[in-house]
Ligand binder design. Structure first.
Ligand code: SF4
Length: 301
């Protein structure tokens, strides 16, 4: 641990804070996080913590979700430039218009959405539980925002429902290309290909499995296979290599999320020192956005 990381740990203790870090954070930020996880895992940690302050190292919507689930606590987002472009692809006015076009259809929103969009949603989901959540709804038609690729993946398993898709996508996951996976497979024929449900359908068709980040970790650790081609955000490889020692992991090119890399150790230190940047949301948005998030957590139990 370097001097800056040690200073952060001291400040964290002084502030009685907890640091939640997403799997796609820089390696050095992952190292000072109390919990590492995907959006769902970190939402669970945020809902359980008794720390007074939460420093959220992830993109904007994740820090908002932590605030929604802990409205009485101080939630700090160390760098406001860390924003998810996919979450920005939905706007509330257009979502209200789509709801009017499909009256009665519940809105399932991927957690990668703003607090305003969650406030217009019936239930949230992550890539780990999207199929289960959509299956659990009694309705024949659902609106799914914002990730078209995740919605198409869900449709593979939920044939009996009509899923109304939103034209959103994750720029990092659509950069994971079938041709790059094929080249890696040619070089390493014994390797299994693991990707995320947010990848494009042709990539999912080629892969051996599509899992959430936690699902990928579990699979690699428990599998008798020794080699894997990993179609995920490249910073995730740091955690995977730590948890799956002895296994060989091959990384796909061009799969770094620049938004997740915005947060530096200096930002985390300043955040704890100056108590910046506090997430503040209007009371009605906090109240309404809490409902779909809590329904997701309830369904995940
Ligand atoms: S990886 Fe994709 S979904 Fe995640 S923060 Fe980056 S752009 Fe958003």
């Amino acid at each position: 641990m370097n001097a800056l990381q040690k200073r952060i740990i001291e400040l964290k203790t002084e502030r009685k804070a907890i640091i939640l870090g997403h799997n796609y954070q820089r390696k050095e930020v992952q190292e000072i996080s109390d919990f590492l996880g995907d959006s769902y895992g970190l939402s669970v940690q945020a809902s359980k913590t008794d720390a007074r302050t939460i420093v959220f190292c992830g993109v904007d919507f994740m820090a908002e979700s932590a605030k929604i689930l802990n409205s009485e606590k101080m939630v700090l987002h160390p760098n406001l430039k860390a924003k998810c472009p996919m979450a920005a692809m939905v706007d509330v006015k257009a979502l209200k218009d789509l709801k009017a076009e499909h009256p009665g259809a519940p809105v399932v929103s991927y957690v990668n959405t703003s607090a305003d969009v969650k406030a217009e949603s019936d239930i949230c989901c992550t890539s780990a539980n999207a199929v289960k959540i959509v299956q659990s709804l009694p309705d024949k038609k659902v609106i799914f925002v914002p990730d078209t690729n995740l919605g198409l993946y869900v449709q593979r398993f939920v044939k009996e429902k009509e899923i109304v898709l939103w034209p959103g996508y994750c720029p990092t996951h659509v950069n994971i290309r079938k041709t790059d996976l094929q080249k890696l497979k040619k070089l390493h024929p014994a390797a299994e290909i693991l990707v995320h449900p947010e990848c494009t359908p042709d990539v999912i068709d080629l892969a051996d499995f599509a899992f959430s980040t936690e699902g990928i970790i579990k699979h690699i650790v428990s599998s008798p296979k020794m080699e894997f081609i990993i179609g995920t955000e490249s910073n995730m490889l740091h955690r995977l290599r730590k948890e799956a020692r002895g296994k060989t992991l091959y990384e796909v090119p061009n799969a770094t999320c620049p938004n997740m890399r915005e947060i530096s150790l200096e930002d985390v230190r300043d955040s704890l020192q100056k108590l910046q940047f506090k997430i503040e949301l209007p009371a009605d948005i906090l109240r309404k956005a809490r409902v779909p998030l809590e329904r997701m957590l309830e369904a995940g139990r």
